[in-house]
Design a binder for this molecule. Structure first.
Ligand code: ADP
Ligand code: MG
Length: 377
């Protein structure tokens, strides 16, 4: 079946107006689409770029209806948009990714089960759905372990490293006894992510795998090409493609993996949207992940994902504010991206920069030097 193509001049919508929504808006407008964003925050970064900003809550039926009426297709910027809202608009216009894909990615236990069924290997874990499960979880998983809430976690939020049963009980108490998973804390050699895209006609493409370094549970740097074997990068891409196919996924799908010291690839989690670790594609690939998001929801062919240059992406968090701006412009091979956020808070993602160089080693030297200089005052 060939899906209907939605062409420039049409109107696209995005649920969520943070940085991912903003970069989607830029890509869509660049390609000649009108854009409508729905986000309750009157000063959200995407609202400044969109043609129309509907300032309403994600559960506001009248607002969702207004959005659906205006849009030929709708996408979302993050997985925690209530899936009932997605179903509600999907009755009226095309929405990608679909609510079923979203519901898998919204829940850690469900996404791990799904990945496991598809043949991927999650880190050993045990689902905690009631207090009585704590004992069994601790004996199955062992310590150290990480307790993660099943839903609504991001950037390390809702996670606790626990080293014994009493710490586990305390952590369970402090997450409010919500459904959780207890995961074995493994020794990680490095983390990688694979981003694949798929349209309704099942045409797919994959971006080069990125190597991701975190600080305090938040992505700090992505390095591309990843410094792992070719066998591992193909395995990561293949695993992500398997998941996309298994969900009949339409859109951009990012999958995070852990690489152990014996080169085993473990599935960590997936995101049904462009991902922070794919921001390097904006400057270093023929097609960015945000252009792919537009292409996939519009039923267009995937764009070329070729890497044009080795690249290191560095996140700029609120902790850096105000950065020493001149340091970033001392180098001609740095591309700065800011998200239009006026209030800087520690841990808040304010922007990123991409360093393009002959090889990742030189890009890393520049990236680290500039990152340090930005915070020196
Ligand atoms: P989030 O949804 O906040 O991104 P993740 O599950 O990806 O949550 O965890 C954030 C980071 O914490 C990971 O990128 C990794 O660095 C570390 N981490 C998470 N789970 C494990 C684990 N089982 N073993 C070791 N480190 C982990
Ligand atoms: Mg993660």
């Amino acid at each position: 079946m060939t899906a209907k193509q939605i062409l420039p001049g049409a109107t696209l919508g995005v649920l969520g107006g943070g940085q991912l929504g903003r970069m989607f808006c830029v890509a869509a407008r660049t390609m000649g689409y009108r854009v409508v964003v729905l986000d309750p925050d009157p000063s959200c970064g995407a609202g400044l770029i969109a043609d129309v900003h509907i300032k309403a809550d994600y559960t506001d039926k009248a607002a969702l209806e207004e959005m659906a009426e205006q849009c030929d297709a709708i996408t979302l910027e993050f997985e925690n948009i209530p899936s009932e809202s997605v179903r509600f608009v999907a009755d009226k216009t095309a929405v990608y990714p679909v609510a079923e894909s979203l519901e898998i990615a919204q829940n850690r236990d469900i996404e791990k089960q799904f990945a496991q069924k598809a043949g991927l290997q999650p880190v050993p874990y045990y689902a905690i759905l009631q207090e009585e499960d704590l004992q069994q979880a601790s004996s199955e998983v062992g310590f150290p372990a990480i307790l993660k809430s099943n839903t609504l976690g991001y950037d390390g939020k809702g996670q606790f490293v626990v080293t014994d049963f009493s710490e586990l009980c305390d952590a369970y108490e402090s997450v409010g006894k919500v459904d959780c998973v207890l995961e074995k804390k493994i020794d990680i050699r490095c983390e990688v992510s694979a981003i694949v895209v798929r349209n309704a006609a099942a045409e797919m493409a994959s971006f080069p795998v990125s190597e991701n370094q975190h600080r305090d549970g938040i992505l700090h740097m992505s390095i591309v090409p990843a410094r792992v074997s070719a066998a591992l990068t193909s395995q990561a891409i293949e695993n992500a493609s398997i998941l996309a196919d298994a969900m009949s996924y339409v859109g951009v799908l990012a999958v995070e993996f852990f690489v152990s010291f014996d080169d085993e690839l473990y599935f960590n989690e997936m995101a049904p949207r462009p991902h922070n670790s794919g921001h390097y594609t904006k400057d270093a690939c023929v097609t960015s992940q945000f252009e792919q998001q537009v292409r996939m929801m519009c039923g267009l062919k995937p764009g070329d994902t070729r890497l044009l240059s080795p690249v290191v992406m560095v996140n700029m968090l609120g902790d850096l504010w105000s950065p020493d701006w001149p340091s970033i412009f001392t180098q001609s091979n740095i591309k700065l991206h800011l998200y239009g956020k006026t209030e800087a808070r520690p841990g808040r993602k304010m922007g990123h920069f991409n360093v393009l160089a002959e090889d990742v080693e030189s890009a890393l030297v520049v990236a680290e030097g500039v990152f340090n200089a930005l915070s020196e005052k």
